[in-house]
Design a protein around this ligand. Structure first.
Ligand code: ZN
Length: 131
């Protein structure tokens, strides 16, 4: 199961919690785990609070994770080494428990696709395992 997200900026956070919940509902799984995965080398996934100021803070913090002013070998090929390195540091998958048919995310936890080389069309894969 998967869904697509169209991003609009070079670096941005997209809340995909609703889409992930819809995939879990479709699966009918009540007890298990959801693996959320992006098959991309310049995107990532995080869980955190969806609050406007915090999203702005996280976008700024993510932008500062990897130095931009360094010479990277990969930039000779397609000029996006920073995007690859940041994706590698943040990670491209999440594993979330499902209990009683619901994601066990805390009240202030949402799932975000992190675009690092947008705008692009991204795919998010959701594998639901359980019974
Ligand atoms: Zn590249």
């Amino acid at each position: 199961m998967s869904f697509n997200v169209s991003t609009s900026d070079r670096v941005e956070l997209n809340d995909v919690t609703g889409e992930v919940i819809a995939e879990i509902d479709k699966s009918g799984v009540k007890e298990g785990i959801a693996l959320v995965y992006v098959p991309h080398a310049t995107a990532a996934l995080i869980i955190n609070e969806n609050e406007r100021g915090l999203i702005s803070d996280m976008t700024a913090a993510i932008s500062d994770l990897i130095p931009r002013d360094r010479r990277y070998e990969h930039d000779r090929i397609d000029d996006n080494a920073w995007s690859h390195l940041t994706s590698a540091v943040i990670g491209c998958s999440l594993t979330i428990p499902i209990t009683g048919g619901r994601l066990e995310c805390g009240t202030w936890q949402n799932i975000f696709l992190v675009e690092l080389d947008g705008p692009r069309r991204r795919k998010v894969i959701v594998k639901v395992i359980g019974a």
